[in-house]
Ligand binder design. Structure first.
Ligand code: FAD
Length: 646
C-alpha cells in the first residue's frame, strides 16, 4: 500500500532525489510554526504606478530599487535599510524561500529542481559535450540560488581576488574583500573538528558550520593523503586553499540551511518600515532616458523599472528610484535584463529587435562556469545516503532532523572536495608536490589564479548523481557514491544572450564547455587521480564496483583517455557556478561595470551579483557573492554619507 494512503497530503509520486519525495505533510508542519513563510507580498503597493496612465506625480519613489531578491539582493536589502532614512524596494520573481521545505532541509535541494522555485534553464547544445543541451537550475525565490544550492561554504583562494584587482577591479582584491567574508559569517565550531577559529567570522548573521558526512565520504577524505592529496581541515584560511576536506556549509546550529533570505531578512529586518519586499513579480525592463546634467550627453539614467506579474494580459507597473537601481538577477538574469533594456552590442540587440540605448560590448560576454564529469561507484551497504531517495526509508531520518536537526538529512550531499593543481597529477594518478618533473597529461601552463591556487577539484557525494540525480540509479536499493572531476579555472568562455526583448523568454545560455582543448586535458587529469583514489584504502575497502562508465571497476581502471573523454562528453554537467557575464573591468576590454559597480554609459544603474566577477573563483562561489554584496552595501553607505555631507 502506498505511503500516501495513510499519510494525508503525502504523494506517492516516485522520489527523484534525496530527501522525502513530496513536501506536503512536513511542509505544513514547518510552515505552521514559521511566520517567515509569508515574508514579502505579491500585492503591488498602490504607490507603484501602473505604466499606462500612471504619471509620476504622487508616485512614491524609493531610494534604491533592488531587482532580484537572491543571494546578493537579500544582503543589500538588509544592509541598506539598517539606515532608517533609506528606503528600499526589493523585487523578486519567486516566493519566500521559507515556503520551501526542501530549501530548509540541507539534503533536500535537488528536490527543488524543475519546480516553481527553479528557473529551470538549459543551455544551447554544447558541441564538445555530445551536442547535449544541459540543465541549468537557478533558485527562483527569496535567497535565490543560496536557497537552493548545495550549501558548500568556501572563501576560495586569496589569489583569485588579487588577480581580479590586478585586472582592473580596483578595491576588489583579497585585502578589500576579506573583512566582508568575516563580517558576514557566523561560524559554529564543532568539537570533533579542530581548526584555527581566529581566522573565521563569529558574529555574522550568515550561519556556517558542519553538516553530516556519510561513512563513504569520511573514508574518501582519509584516503586523500595516501593518494598524495594532503588533508586540509579548513579551506577557509587565507594561507592554504588546497587539499582534501569535508566541506563546511551554510547550515545553522539547528541543522537548517542558512540562505541569505533566512540570514539577512529575519522578521526584525523584513518588517522594517523602510523595506518593501515584492515577491512573484518580475523586473522586465529598465526604462532608460538621457541623464540630465551628465557630462557625456549619451549617458542614460534609469527612470523606472518595469514590473510585471504575468507575461500577458496583466498590468505593467513602474518602480522608481531616487538614487540607484541595483540589478542582482544572477549571471543569466542580469545580462538578460540589460540586453532587454537596450544595453549591449548593436549586433546582439538588432538580432533580438531591441532598440539600443547604450553601446556596451561586454554584456553577456565572458561567461564562465564550472563543469564536472563523474564516475559512479557502487559502495558497501550502509555507507552512503542513497537510501534517502526512498520515502519510506527516509522517515526515521526525517523525524530525527525535525526533532534534533541532525542525521543524514543534515548532509549537504556534496560532502567532500579535493583542490589541487592539475599539472601535479601524473598519468598513473600519483600526485607530486610540484609540476616540476611530473609526467602527466597537463603539459601546458595551467589557468590557476597564482602559484598557490588550484585549477581542479574532485568533488564527491554519497549518492548516485548522474544528470543532477534526475536519472535514477540502475539499482535504487544499492548504495551509490559519485566522484567527479571538476574544472574550477576553465579556459573556455561562453556567452549569455537573448531571443527577444521580452524578459519572459529564456535567456540564450552558451557556456561553450570544453571548447578550449586544454580544459579536456585538465578534466582527464582528474580522472587519473580518481582512479588512484578509488584504489586507496580506506575508500577502496568500501567500493564494490563501478556502474558508469560501463565495464565495471576493471573497465574504469583500464579505460584509455579517449574512452574517458567520451564518457565525459556524454555525462558532464554544470556544477552550477555561472559568473563573469557582466564583469568589472575596463569598458574597452569587455568590462560592463566600473569598480563602483556602475554600468558604463548610465548614471544610476549598478550591478551586484555573480555576473560582475572579473574572472572565475577557484571553488564554490556563494561566499564570494555575499562578500561582494557586503562590500558594495558599505560603498553605497559611504556614497550617501558623502552626499549628505556635501
Ligand atoms: C543547485 C545549485 C547548487 C549550488 N551549490 C553551491 C554550493 O554548494 N556552494 C556555493 O558556494 N555555491 C553554490 N552554487 C552557486 C551559488 O549558489 C551562486 O553562485 C550564487 O548563489 C549566485 O548568487 P547571485 O546573487 O548571483 O544570483 P541568485 O542567487 O541566483 O539571485 C538572483 C535572483 O534574482 C531573481 N530574478 C532573476 N530574474 C528576475 C527578474 N527578471 N525579476 C525579478 N527577479 C528575478 C531570482 O529569482 C533570484 O532570486 C550552487 C548553485 C545552484 C543553482
Amino acid at each position: 500500500m502506498p505511503l500516501s494512503s495513510f499519510l494525508p497530503g503525502f504523494s506517492s509520486a516516485p522520489p527523484r532525489y534525496a530527501g522525502v519525495s513530496e513536501p506536503s505533510l512536513f511542509a505544513s508542519l514547518a510552515h505552521a510554526a514559521d511566520p517567515d513563510a509569508h515574508k514579502g507580498t505579491s500585492s503591488v503597493p498602490e504607490a507603484l504606478s501602473a505604466r499606462e496612465g500612471g504619471g509620476a506625480a504622487g508616485v512614491r519613489q524609493f531610494d534604491f530599487v533592488i531587482c532580484g531578491g537572491g543571494t546578493a539582493g537579500c544582503v543589500l536589502a538588509s544592509r541598506l535599510t539598517e539606515d532608517p532614512d533609506v528606503s528600499v524596494l526589493l523585487v523578486e520573481a519567486g516566493e519566500s524561500d521559507q515556503r520551501q521545505l526542501f530549501s530548509r532541509v540541507p539534503a533536500g535541494w535537488g528536490n527543488l529542481f524543475e519546480t516553481p522555485a527553479d528557473w529551470n534553464f538549459s543551455t544551447v547544445p554544447q558541441p564538445e559535450l555530445s551536442n547535449r543541451s544541459l540543465f541549468q537550475p537557478r533558485g527562483k525565490m527569496l535567497g535565490g540560488s543560496s536557497a537552493m544550492n548545495a550549501q558548500i561554504y568556501q572563501h576560495c583562494s586569496r589569489e583569485d581576488y588579487d588577480a581580479w584587482e590586478a585586472s582592473g577591479a580596483t578595491g576588489w582584491g583579497w585585502s578589500g574583500l576579506q573583512p566582508y567574508f568575516a563580517k558576514a559569517e557566523g561560524f559554529t565550531p564543532h568539537p570533533a573538528h579542530k581548526i584555527d577559529e581566529s581566522m573565521r567570522g563569529k558574529e555574522g548573521v550568515w550561519k556556517t558550520g558542519y553538516p553530516t558526512t556519510s561513512p563513504v565520504v569520511d573514508a574518501w577524505v582519509k584516503s586523500g593523503p595516501a593518494a598524495g592529496v594532503p588533508h586540509n581541515p579548513d579551506l577557509n584560511i587565507e594561507t592554504n586553499p588546497n587539499g582534501i576536506t569535508r566541506f563546511q556549509a551554510t547550515v545553522d546550529s539547528k541543522g537548517q540551511r542558512s540562505s541569505t533570505s533566512a540570514a539577512y531578512l529575519p522578521p526584525s529586518v523584513y518588517s522594517r518600515p523602510n523595506l518593501s519586499i515584492l515577491t512573484s513579480t518580475r523586473c522586465t525592463k529598465l526604462l532608460l532616458a538621457p541623464s540630465p546634467g551628465a557630462s557625456d550627453p549619451a549617458t542614460q539614467r534609469c527612470v523606472g523599472v518595469e514590473l510585471q506579474q504575468s507575461p500577458d494580459g496583466g498590468k505593467t507597473y513602474v518602480a522608481r528610484a531616487k538614487q540607484d537601481v541595483i540589478v542582482s538577477l544572477g549571471a543569466f538574469g542580469t545580462p538578460q535584463l540589460l540586453l532587454c533594456s537596450g544595453v549591449g552590442s548593436k549586433a546582439k540587440l538588432d538580432a533580438a529587435g531591441v532598440e539600443q540605448k547604450v553601446e556596451l560590448e561586454g554584456v553577456g560576454e565572458g561567461l564562465k562556469d564550472h563543469v564536472l564529469a563523474g564516475v559512479f561507484f557502487r559502495a558497501k551497504n550502509g555507507t552512503s545516503f542513497e537510501f534517502l531517495k526512498s520515502q519510506v526509508r527516509t522517515i526515521p531520518s526525517l523525524v530525527r532532523w525535525l526533532v534534533f536537526g541532525t542525521g543524514p538529512l543534515r548532509s549537504n550531499l556534496a560532502e567532500g572536495g579535493a583542490f589541487l593543481r592539475s599539472d601535479t597529477i601524473a598519468h598513473d594518478g600519483s600526485v607530486s608536490s610540484s609540476s616540476e618533473g611530473t609526467k602527466g597529461i597537463v603539459d601546458f601552463p595551467i589557468n590557476a589564479s597564482g602559484k598557490t591556487s588550484s585549477d581542479l577539484e574532485i568533488v564527491c557525494a554519497p549518492v548516485w548523481y548522474l544528470n543532477h540525480a534526475l536519472t535514477p540509479a540502475p539499482v535504487p536499493s544499492a548504495d551509490s557514491f559519485t566522484m567527479a572531476s571538476t574544472l574550477i579555472k576553465p579556459f573556455s568562455t561562453g556567452t549569455v544572450g537573448i531571443r527577444s526583448g521580452s524578459a519572459w523568454d529564456e535567456p540564450v545560455i552558451d557556456p561553450r564547455y570544453l571548447s578550449d582543448k586544454r580544459d579536456q586535458k585538465v578534466l582527464l587529469s582528474g580522472f587519473h587521480l580518481m582512479r588512484r583514489l578509488a584504489q586507496t584504502a580506506p575508500l577502496a575497502d568500501l567500493l564494490t564496483g563501478v556502474d558508469l562508465p560501463a565495464g565495471g571497476m576493471e573497465g574504469f581502471l583500464a579505460a584509455t583517455d579517449t574512452e574517458l573523454l567520451q564518457h565525459a562528453r556524454d555525462t558532464a554537467e554544470t556544477i552550477y557556478h555561472p559568473f563573469c557575464s557582466a564583469r568589472i573591468g575596463a569598458r574597452e576590454k569587455g568590462g560592463v561595470v566600473d569598480p563602483s559597480l556602475r554600468v558604463y554609459g548610465t548614471s544610476n544603474v549598478r550591478l551586484c551579483d555573480a555576473s560582475v566577477f572579473p574572472d572565475a573563483v577557484s571553488g564554490h562561489p556563494q561566499a564570494a557573492v555575499v562578500a561582494v554584496a557586503e562590500k558594495f552595501a558599505d560603498m553605497l553607505r559611504a556614497e550617501r554619507m558623502a552626499r549628505v555631507a556635501a
